[in-house]
Design a protein around this ligand. Sequence first.
Ligand code: ZN
Ligand code: ZN
Length: 391
Amino acid sequence: MLFSSIHLLNTVRIVLKKIHRERFLESRLVDVEKEFYFSQKIKTMIPAKAYAAYQPDQPLKPFEFNRRAVGPHDIQIEIKYCGVCHSDLHRARGEWKGTDYPLVPGHEIVGIVLSVGSHVSKFKKGDLAAVGVIVDSCRECANCRQEMENYCVEGPTGTYNVKERDGSGITRGGYSSQIVTDQRFVYHFSDKLDMKAVAPLLCAGITTYSPLKYAGVKKGMKVGVAGLGGLGHMGVKFAVAFGAEVTLISHTPSKEQDAKRLGAHHFLLSSDTDQMKKHESYFDIILNAISAQHDYKKYLDLLALNGKMLLVGLPPENPKVDPFALIKNRRTIMGSMIGGTTETQEMLDFCAEHNIVSDIELIPIQKIDEAYDRMVKGDVRYRFVIDMSTL
Ligand code: ZN
Ligand code: ZN
């Protein structure tokens, strides 16, 4: 009896030792694997050249950093051109709170695929590829499930100055030689379009396409586009392509010629009170792309029954809204922020079909600060694009 008990105990001890050892080995193996994985990851990180803002009041300067290794769902893109958006300037010059310096701006990115991860089916090496304002999202919330990742409840991951979702660092934008992005946030565009003029479609394009589409702009509708800049000029092009009767509303008389050239049917000078009075209750839709401080009432008064003012411009201070201007004609003010992944691809396909690109001025990267200064003065028709071969 005693002997058999001792024997049993010994057996248990041996088994326990074995389990323990296996567990130890297993955990050690996981550690080794992890170490190997991270060392490989670091080894395969991609060196990138860029231009960065180091301080709010200093010009942008050359900067070098590493892009993450190409993961299974990633696409590595050689950036050919990057559009210059007003947000770049606000961020670089610290006009919006929370800039993480050094900052590599740029979210209107076009280029060519250099390599793809093992699970990538959408792209292959040598394809044209574009990246816009967002590079990730939670992918699980109700909005992400509808591919409206721009409205992700956790907040979408911006292409620059935002923490990567895996905690690996801060996102860096398109003023750089390369980018590595998850395939969900990479888009195709037609080689029939002028590549450098495609770049601004990724922010200015989708920002105006999305609300006009959502508002159901079509033939027979009267659409006013207020403000002719990077956003406004794309708004005119899309509203015309959707078949609407389009009026550009601007306080600058010299923009009339440009408005017509862009396809607008009419021009309304906002400083001309008689003309403005004549257009009261006239428009079905007004795309408001004015980013300077202005009176919303002036534009709301122009809306007909059930008219909508689509806000895409961001004035520096909160504008006042006159409730009387809203209740008359059952008017709506609707905001809109960029677009989701499906919609962005749809917009790029629409542009290929209708031969729509942005009006641009190409600059070398060394002239970026001069471009920012000119943007502040409104001296650009209508988007600067950086030729990244000058980096
Ligand atoms: Zn932008
Ligand atoms: Zn989400």
